[in-house]
Design a protein around this ligand. Structure first.
Ligand SMILES: Cc1cc2nc3c(=O)[nH]c(=O)nc-3n(C[C@H](O)[C@H](O)[C@H](O)COP(=O)(O)O)c2cc1C
Length: 451
């Protein structure tokens, strides 16, 4: 299949509603701030990324503390291992109200929320932001999340995606219960809206029933931009069906290119234009004016890791308590089969530990969970970082990047001050926002309205 190469890359900021980024050690950084329970903290990050003309500031989510390890929250709370996650509704509202151009994305789970609630929330946010909202569709990870929402156990992996498919059909249907130009607002005639341009959905399915209509008029983008990051076979199929921004975690340029090819082929197979999928890997960037200073910075950042970070986050992501096994004993086939967390992640560990089943130590080593090695890290001068990013981009591995923070807000500030101008100088990143809505800025079509 012909590989399409966009001229300029898409940039996304990867944010957590907390003072702890993907990298759990980040909160210990000396330049971190303690005001992460206040809106100004998130507004500063959004404004910084907007200054750098980022397409999107996106906030991830998890509906429980990482407490699978030793069936306890103690290590998580003691060491601040992604302990806090504020509710994203107010967080993204604060970010949207402090900015004018940048897209704002929020993660909502199809396993623990309902389509009517999510459709209504995102339609409202899209109105408030003038059409700048994106939804990261996830199916969630583990039993801890299940138990916070009244269930005993997290549903099996593929069942979650079947449910998610129906969730999307329902949400899309609800956004479409309002046709174009339904609002009349004629005060003198007393006519609020045209009933012939509003309809019920009457969805009745295996997982959801929702009648509609939605109580929010059609939103500026028609529907929010859909973000998806499934990595497993079933997850990629889902991403290729629904995802417009497709995020990925990959160790190498080749793996990224192969992932992008699969997503584009599957999207085409499902009747979509492959160019409507924007595939972007999560990366870390450590940048400074000289090579020596960048190297020092990297060492300083690596030193922030704590030995508990990795195993606590592995237990969370695999929905499995790794504390019950000796570190160096290979895990049984049954145990590996029983892992219900991230399948793509599991494949990565088993592929790398060739020669028998992996031990807990292998999981720590090959997943690099909770360390800077978990994601590709571009470290060096602004020129070197730009070279590295451009290489992936020009080799057709990706359409853009999701910048994860090594420390907050410094990683975003450094990138905007040093790397963005270099990319702009080379013409591989745009000089300014071109459209009003996120869809326009990403070159994505706006879904047409019925009338
Ligand atoms: C960049 C990126 C961000 C993600 N953000 C979240 C998130 O906020 N919440 C969540 O539960 N899962 C998140 N995920 C996990 C994915 O939704 C997906 O479950 C995972 O990549 C594994 O794929 P699979 O579900 O097909 O096994 C993210 C994944 C990536 C690559």
């Amino acid at each position: 299949m012909e590989q399409h190469h966009p001229k300029q890359m898409v940039l996304v900021g990867f944010i957590q509603a907390s003072n702890c980024s993907n990298y759990p050690g980040s909160w210990r950084h000396r330049d971190g701030s303690d005001d992460f329970l206040l809106p100004g903290y998130y507004q500063h990050i959004a404004r910084t990324l907007e200054k750098g003309k980022f397409h999107l500031a996106f906030v991830d989510d998890r509906l429980a503390m990482p407490d699978r390890y030793e069936d306890s929250f103690a290590a998580t709370v003691e060491h601040g291992i992604r302990t806090v996650k504020l509710d994203l509704g107010p967080v993204v509202t604060a970010m949207a109200l402090a900015t004018e151009h940048i897209g704002i994305g929020a993660t909502y789970s199809t396993t623990y929320h309902t389509p009517f609630h999510v459709a209504r929330l995102f339609a409202t946010l899209d109105h408030f932001s003038g059409g700048r909202i994106a939804w990261n569709v996830v199916t969630s990870l583990n039993d801890s999340e299940a138990m916070n929402f009244g269930a005993d156990a997290h549903p099996p992996h593929d069942v979650r995606y079947d449910r998610a498919d129906e969730f999307m059909e329902t949400a899309f249907g609800l956004w479409d219960t309002w046709g174009g130009e339904a609002l009349v607002l004629d005060r003198s005639e007393g006519r609020f809206a045209d009933p012939s341009r509003v309809r019920r959905l009457d969805h009745s399915g295996e997982w959801f029933n929702s009648r509609g209509p939605l109580t929010v008029p059609r939103c500026p983008q028609g529907r929010p931009v859909i973000i998806q990051a499934g990595q497993s076979g079933r997850g990629r199929e889902f991403a290729a069906r629904w995802g417009e921004l497709v995020f990925v975690i990959v160790p190498t340029l080749e793996a990224c290119r192969s992932h992008r090819t699969t997503i584009r082929e599957q999207a085409a197979f499902q009747g979509r234009d492959p160019d409507s999928t924007i595939v972007s890997p999560a990366v870390y960037v450590v940048v400074d004016e000289t090579e020596d200073r960048a190297r020092e910075k990297l060492q300083e950042l690596k030193a922030l890791a704590h030995p508990m970070d990795s195993v606590v986050l592995l237990s969370e992501v695999f929905n499995y308590d790794f504390s019950v096994h000796p570190l160096d004993e290979p895990l049984s086939d049954d145990m590996l089969d029983s892992i219900s967390g991230l399948r793509g992640f599991l494949d990565r560990v088993t592929q790398r530990s060739a020669g028998g089943n992996p031990s807990v130590q292998d999981f720590i080593r090959f997943s690099a969970r909770g360390t800077l090695d978990e994601l590709p890290t571009f470290a060096g001068t602004p020129e070197e970082v730009a070279d590295g990013l451009e290489n992936w981009f020009q080799e057709g591995a990706c359409d853009g990047f999701v910048l994860a923070a090594t420390h907050i807000p410094g990683a975003y500030e450094d990138f905007v001050e040093m790397v963005v101008p270099e990319l702009q100088r080379r013409g591989s990143f745009r000089a300014d926002y071109e459209g009003a809505t996120l869809r326009e800025n990403l070159g994505l079509d706006r879904p047409g309205a019925w009338s």
